[in-house]
Write a protein that binds this ligand. Structure first.
Ligand code: NAD
Length: 242
């Protein structure tokens, strides 16, 4: 049985990592997947129904896409960036850029697509947070932790607002997942092996997570199998926060 049959899905940041794994899994499960990203050459290699350019920090782009594709049943706000550094490293520009991509984009996409969900009386929104948020503090993730805590706050507020409208809103909080941007971060400090070892060490399971392991949780939250859960923070972190 296809778990997302007749569902129309919009996924942001679907060219690589967790977004890509989710887009392809949703497609395999029968959804009409509209995959979006800013990296069009890579996005076009994703096995889904439709590819569209979407810079989630661009309000006009969001409105144009909404006018083009219409209502969706499922919105997966996956786009986000890991900004390294503590509070003393965080410039005004860093702060603004992190919030624009990780927080304001979620507000704008939800505001653009919730009216359609209200009209069709059904919807599932999945917001990508992180365990580095209000769940656990990570010393060199000041702006990132703040931004992902905000995603959890928005998720709960929207879930409470729309609980009687058959629109569910849930957040996913991964631990350390082996994605292209994580590979870049491990290579960036000059000692890839030491960096990788440090990332693995914070995972009690002794390994990094794979994008598909997060995509499987997203599939559950997107599907009607999760019809009685909303406003919740779903952790998939290899035991990091036990
Ligand atoms: P990634 O960081 O490797 O890829 C991110 C994608 O976002 C890229 O395809 C990139 O082109 C796209 N992107 C960048 N700026 C964009 C913009 N303005 N508009 C639209 N797309 C844009 O992927 P990932 O590591 O799987 O991360 C995906 C999400 O998961 C992020 O929100 C991230 O914070 C979150 N997350 C990741 C981890 C991890 O360990 N990888 C852990 C917790 C949470």
């Amino acid at each position: 049985m296809l778990r997302l049959k007749n569902k129309k899905v919009l996924i942001t940041a679907a060219a690589q990592g967790i977004g890509r794994a989710s887009a392809e899994l949703f497609h395999q499960q029968g959804a009409q997947v509209i995959a979006t990203d800013v990296n069009m050459p890579l996005l076009k290699t994703t096995q889904v129904a439709e590819h569209h350019y979407l810079d989630v920090t661009d309000l006009d782009n969001i409105h144009q896409l909404q006018a083009q594709i219409g209502n969706v049943d499922i919105l997966f706000n996956c786009a986000g960036v890991v900004q390294n550094g503590g509070i003393m490293d965080c410039s005004e520009d860093d702060w603004a850029a992190c919030l624009a991509l990780n927080v304001t984009s979620v507000y704008r996409l939800c505001q653009a697509f919730i009216p359609g969900m209200l009209a069709q009386k059904t919807g599932s929104i999945i917001n990508m947070a992180s365990v580095a948020s209000s769940i656990t503090g990570v010393g060199n993730r000041f702006s990132y932790g703040a931004s992902k805590a905000a995603v959890i706050g928005m998720t709960k507020a929207m879930a409470a607002e729309f609980v009687a409208n058959n629109i569910r809103v849930n957040a996913i909080c991964p631990g350390t997942i082996e994605s292209p941007s994580l590979e870049q971060r491990m290579a960036a400090n000059g000692d890839y092996e030491a960096s990788r070892k440090a990332f693995v060490q914070r995972q009690p399971m002794g390994r990094l997570g794979q994008p598909i392991e997060v995509a499987q949780l997203a599939l559950y939250l997107a599907s009607d199998e999760s019809s009685f859960t909303t406003g919740q923070v779903h952790v998939v972190d290899g035991g990091w926060t036990i």
